[in-house]
Design a binder for this molecule. Structure first.
Ligand code: TXA
Ligand code: MG
Length: 311
C-alpha cells in the first residue's frame, strides 16, 4: 500500500497468520515491531486506553501525517505486531489512497516498509515490485511517495513525548505544540531493554559498496573516486545539487536536490538507482544541518553502516 512516506507491506493486524507472513516475506528480525495503520476516523479506543492530553494535541496538529505514536498496548491486535513489547505503534497516513484503502477495510493494518529487510525502503510501486515480485499478491499503486523517508516514531507512554526514530516531523515541531520533546538514544552498555529495536539495525542499504564523506571533504571524496575508477570500479557520487555541479562528470552524479524536503523525497530512489549503475557509491554529506535534515542524515548514515549499529 502507498503512504506519503514510503510504501508499506500490509496485513490485518488482528490476524496472527497475516502478521507472521509479513515477517516471513520481508525476512524481518522477529524482535522488530510493526506499526498499525488506521484511517483518520478510526476509533482509537478500540486499540488503546491510555491516551495523555499531549498525545491528543499531537494528533490534532500532525495527523493524518508522517508521525507514528507509540502507546501502551492493550493486547487488542495480534501479539506478533509488537514483538513482545508492551506498547503499540499507531499511524494515520496522509496519502489519499492509503486513507481510502484503510477506510474500506476498516481494520488496523500492520505495515512495515515494503522492502526486503535491510534493503532501501520503497518510494514507488516499481520499487516494491523489484523486491517482492512473485512473493506478494497485489500492489496498490499510489504513485511516488512525496515524503520519502519513514514517519517520525514518537513514544507517548511517559510524561513527555520521546522521539524513537527521526523523520520529517521534527523534535522542534513537536516541542512547539506540546512544550517539550526528548530524543531517545539507546544505552546499550547498561543492558537496558531497547525501546524501539528497529533503531539498532543496518538499514536502507543499497546493494553496492558505500563510503561517506563529510561536506568539508569534497577534495578527498573526488580523489577517492579517481582511485576507485583506476581500479576498474563503476563509481557514482550521491550529493546535493550544489555539490553535484562541482563534479566534472555529470553522468556520475546522483542528485539529491537542494532542500531537506527534496532530499528526503529523492533519497531512496537515488540509492536504488545507485545499485544499478555503480559498484562504489561515494556519498558526500549535504552541508545543511537544519532540523529538517536530522531524518535524512540518519538514513544516510544507516545506509553506509557496514555492520548493525545503533544510530
Ligand atoms: O512511514 C512509516 O512509518 C512507514 C510506512 C509504511 O508507514 N513504515 C515503516 O515501518 O517505516 P517499519 O516497520 O519499516 O519501521 C517501523 C519502526 C521500527 O523502527 C520499529 O522498531 C518501530 O517503528 N516500532 C514499531 N512498533 C514499535 C513499538 N511498539 N515501540 C517502539 N518502536 C516501535
Ligand atoms: Mg523499514
Amino acid at each position: 500500500m502507498p503512504t506519503e512516506t514510503v510504501y508499506g507491506l500490509g496485513g490485518n493486524a488482528l490476524d496472527d497468520t497475516a502478521v507472521q507472513k509479513i515477517f516471513a516475506v520481508k525476512g524481518r528480525p522477529a524482535d522488530n515491531p510493526l506499526i498499525a495503520h488506521v484511517h483518520r476516523d478510526y476509533d482509537l479506543s478500540r486499540l488503546i486506553d491510555y491516551d495523555p492530553p499531549y498525545a491528543k494535541a499531537l494528533r490534532e496538529a500532525f495527523l493524518p501525517g508522517p508521525l507514528t505514536l507509540v502507546y501502551p498496548s492493550t493486547g487488542k491486535v495480534s501479539k506478533y505486531v509488537s514483538c513482545g513489547l508492551n506498547t503499540l505503534a499507531i499511524r494515520v497516513p496522509a496519502h489519499a489512497g492509503a486513507q481510502a484503502f484503510l477506510k474500506e477495510v476498516n481494520l488496523p493494518i500492520a505495515a512495515p516498509s515494503a522492502n526486503i529487510s535491510k534493503h532501501v525502503s520503497p518510494t514507488s510501486a516499481q520499487h516494491v515490485y523489484d523486491d517482492f515480485s512473485g512473493k506478494i499478491e497485489l500492489i496498490l499503486d499510489g504513485g511516488e511517495c512525496t515524503g520519502g523517508i519513514e514517519s517520525t516514531v514518537c513514544d507517548v507512554t511517559g510524561e513527555i513525548p520521546v522521539i524513537l526514530r527521526p523523520g520529517l516531523i521534527t523534535q522542534e515541531m513537536i516541542a512547539k505544540v506540546v512544550g517539550a520533546c526528548k530524543v531517545y538514544t539507546p544505552k546499550l552498555q547498561s543492558g537496558e531493554k531497547v525501546k524501539s529495536p528497529g533503531v539498532l539495525y543496518k538499514h536502507y542499504a543499497p546493494r553496492c559498496q558505500t563510503r561517506l564523506f563529510l561536506a568539508t571533504e569534497f577534495d578527498e571524496a573526488v580523489k577517492y573516486g579517481e582511485e576507485c575508477l583506476k581500479n576498474g570500479e563503476r563509481v557514482a557520487f550521491l550529493c546535493d545539487s550544489a555539490v553535484g555541479k562541482r563534479i566534472l562528470c555529470p553522468a556520475m552524479v546522483l542528485d539529491l536536490g537542494d532542500t531537506p524536503e527534496e532530499m528526503a523525497a529523492s533519497l531512496y530512489a537515488r540509492l536504488r538507482e545507485a545499485e544499478k549503475i555503480c559498484d562504489r557509491l561515494i556519498i558526500i554529506e549535504p552541508a545543511d544541518r537544519t532540523e529538517k535534515m536530522v531524518g535524512v542524515l540518519n538514513r544516510l548514515h544507516k545506509a553506509c553502516a557496514s555492520v548493525d549499529v545503533p544510530h
